[in-house]
Design a protein around this ligand. Structure first.
Ligand code: PLP
Length: 380
């Protein structure tokens, strides 16, 4: 038995997405940029996928840019905006490395000033400091819809209102990769010019993302070599992946209300179970402030890496929330920005639920985590 509680890293695919992709991995293999019948069939599938994605995210079909994932979407929004027109970059201290890295590249390539806005102990952006950071020299503002480690939801409408008033020329971007499964972005991100999402966080395939644009903000491509995606993102389309992405976004959107209710119930049971089972367990962010799928704890006196090994042995797939490519646990810039002590952060655990999570996952996780923490605390 495996309890898969790492949905913030990637989700199992939705059957609807798998079914939609299959023909495009078989005999329907045309390149949509061509002109013969196989190519035209692929072009048709691409157009239909674009329409579906546009509807879910409430943008025009022409504003949908298909990319290789959330990382590329973030890079195109942040770096692309600054390459098109230089200026300062404003982002929060708890953004994903895709935004932080793109901002750093903007500074290196164009000399952009980087303005990093602090967050409070729950991971909410400090609105006063945000307002101070926004002035007419700002070219792009990037704030995440929901955090990938602790799940905190940002007040997007309020942030957009402040930014529009103080830096009217800036491109407003939200990294909504972790928001998509839980938030209706058509309304939550309605005031943004650019929205990044990633298919594999909501039951679609890995390696496909979208940058959804409103009002045609000036962006330079970050890749070069072809006219695809209205010259914003060159390269032969991943037709199967894009078709699967559209199917995943559609089913996510149609079932979101029910999924959120069910998963929030499971998450609450998981959190309550851990609070009851594990002495001294600290729930990092209040449940009212975050997405339904996130359950984040710190266990004093325990090292995350050792805990993850024990959990894996017992069939519980969880995460530290931030890992480098070797899989080793590295310090969390998110928890540091929230003011957690390094000692407390050293025992962090992210359990992330998704559309396929069950009561059995919760039961196994509570039991195994309780035993593992006890073992680590008592066998040193
Ligand atoms: N932004 C956030 C908030 C994420 O959680 C992730 C992935 O974990 C990304 C961006 C990158 O997305 P992708 O894995 O599709 O490159």
């Amino acid at each position: 038995v495996v309890a898969y509680l790492d949905n913030a890293a990637t989700t199992p695919m939705r059957p609807e997405a798998v079914a939609a992709m299959k023909p495009w991995m078989g005999d329907r293999f045309g390149n949509p940029s061509g002109s013969h019948s196989l190519a035209r069939a692929a072009r048709c599938a691409l157009d239909e996928a674009r329409d579906l994605v546009a509807e879910v995210l409430a943008v025009e079909p022409g504003g949908v840019v298909f990319t290789s994932g959330g990382t590329e979407s973030d890079n195109l929004a942040v770096l692309g905006a600054v390459l098109a027109r230089p200026g300062a970059v404003v982002y929060s201290a708890i953004e994903h490395d895709a935004v932080r890295g793109a901002a750093a590249a903007a500074a290196t390539l164009t000399g952009s000033e980087l303005r990093v806005v602090p967050v409070d102990g729950n991971g909410r952006i400090d609105l006063d400091r945000f307002a101070e950071a926004c002035d007419k020299s700002v070219r792009v503002v990037s704030v995440m819809a929901a955090n990938n480690e602790v799940g905190t939801i940002q007040p997007l409408a309020e942030l957009a209102r402040i930014a529009r008033r103080r830096c009217p020329g800036a491109v407003l971007h939200t990294d909504a990769v972790q928001g998509l499964p839980w938030m209706d972005l058509a309304s939550a991100a309605a005031d943004f010019d650019a929205i990044s999402v990633s298919a594999h966080k909501c039951g679609g395939p890995q390696g496909v993302g979208v940058l959804a644009l409103r009002g045609n903000p000036a962006l330079s491509p970050v890749l070069h070599g072809g006219p695809q995606e209205r010259e914003r993102r060159p390269g032969t389309h991943n037709v199967a992946g894009i078709v699967g992405t559209a199917a995943a976004l559609q089913v996510t959107s149609l079932t979101r209300g029910r999924t959120v209710a069910v998963v929030a119930g499971l998450r609450d049971r998981l959190a309550e179970g851990l609070l009851a089972e594990v002495p001294g367990a600290v729930e990092t962010v209040g449940r009212a402030d975050k997405v339904a799928g996130n359950c984040h704890f710190c266990f004093p006196g325990v090292e995350t890496e050792a805990l993850l090994v024990l959990l894996d042995d017992e069939g519980v797939c969880a995460s530290a929330g931030s890992a480098c490519s070797s899989g080793a646990v590295e310090p969390s810039h998110v928890l540091a920005a929230m003011g957690l002590s390094p000692q407390l952060a050293a025992g962090r655990l992210r359990l992330s639920l998704g559309w396929a999570s069950t009561n059995d996952d919760v039961d196994l996780a509570v039991k195994v985590i309780g035993e593992a923490v006890w073992q680590l605390r008592n066998t040193r």
